[in-house]
Design a protein around this ligand. Structure first.
Ligand SMILES: Nc1ncnc2c1ncn2[C@@H]1O[C@H](COP(=O)(O)OP(=O)(O)OP(=O)(O)O)[C@@H](O)[C@H]1O
Ligand SMILES: [Mg+2]
Length: 235
């Protein structure tokens, strides 16, 4: 449903992405893994429309969206959950969740989605009046995911799900992601430092090296291949 073709991009003169080709399949989790600084966040930002690419194309449902702005992409259903969460720390949890729906006008459906987010992430309901800046790391991550879901996305671009979280918090968020995907058919591009987590829930995986897709394939096969483990995954 979302396809990247021959994408080159970066910051000014500093090219980070080199001829990237990648596909996010409808209703699936796709993983993007790679070492620090290889360009995973840069790719996610480029996909979300926060950073224009130098060359190449981004195709969504057969339509070229390369030149389309971030808010328009959000309205089309492409939503980023940014690295480092980037919540509005002075706003309540609930107001942060509403910010996720900023491009929507369907007030009744927004209310229903808020209730749905509270059902799948009940901790957020308990904390709905609390300032986001005072949440624990795990709660903040839940709030960031919840805010992404409030956009009613078709594709969620999730940058670093497990960073700084205890294994039990990661397990619970992974459970939520599986639920989202099964019940709502939302497609997910998952970037995570923890390759076991990312490839563990994804159908297909892409391994990034120096801003380029070095290897891709069925994620279970990638995880189980000892040569790939040693060369690229550090496990
Ligand atoms: N605004 C910017 N201006 C210039 N260079 C940048 C900017 N943002 C990131 N970079 C550089 O681009 C490269 C790729 O960064 P990016 O954040 O995409 O990596 P990453 O794969 O997400 O890393 P990590 O796993 O640490 O999150 C890095 O060398 C980084 O320093
Ligand atoms: Mg990053």
């Amino acid at each position: 449903m979302l396809r990247i073709e021959g994408l080159n991009g970066g910051y000014g003169d500093v090219q980070i992405l080199w001829d990237v080709n990648l596909e996010i399949e409808e209703g699936c989790v796709t993983a993007l893994v790679g070492a620090n600084g290889v360009g995973k966040t840069t790719l996610i930002r480029t996909l979300a429309g926060a950073l224009p690419p130098y060359t190449g194309r981004i195709i969504f449902d057969g339509e070229d969206i390369t030149g389309i702005s971030q808010p328009k992409r959000a309205a089309m259903g492409i939503m980023m959950v940014p690295e480092g969460r980037q919540l509005y720390s002075g706003l309540s949890v609930e107001d942060n969740l509403f910010m996720g729906a900023y491009v929507r006008h369907d007030r009744k459906a927004i209310r229903e989605d808020l209730e749905w987010v509270y059902t799948i992430l009940p901790r957020l309901k308990e904390r709905r009046k609390q300032l986001a800046g005072t949440l624990s790391g795990g709660e903040a991550q839940m709030c960031a995911v919840g805010r992404g879901l409030m956009a009613s996305p078709r594709v969620l671009l999730l940058d670093e799900l497990s960073l700084g979280l205890a294994p039990v918090a990661v397990d619970s968020l992974v459970g939520v992601l599986k639920d989202i995907q099964a019940k709502k058919g939302i497609s997910i591009l998952l970037v995570d430092q923890d390759v076991q987590v990312a490839l563990g829930i994804a159908k297909k995986g892409y391994v990034f090296v120096h801003g380029h897709v070095e290897i891709s394939g069925d994620s279970k096969a990638l995880l189980e291949n000892p040569d790939i483990q040693k060369a690229y995954l550090g496990i």
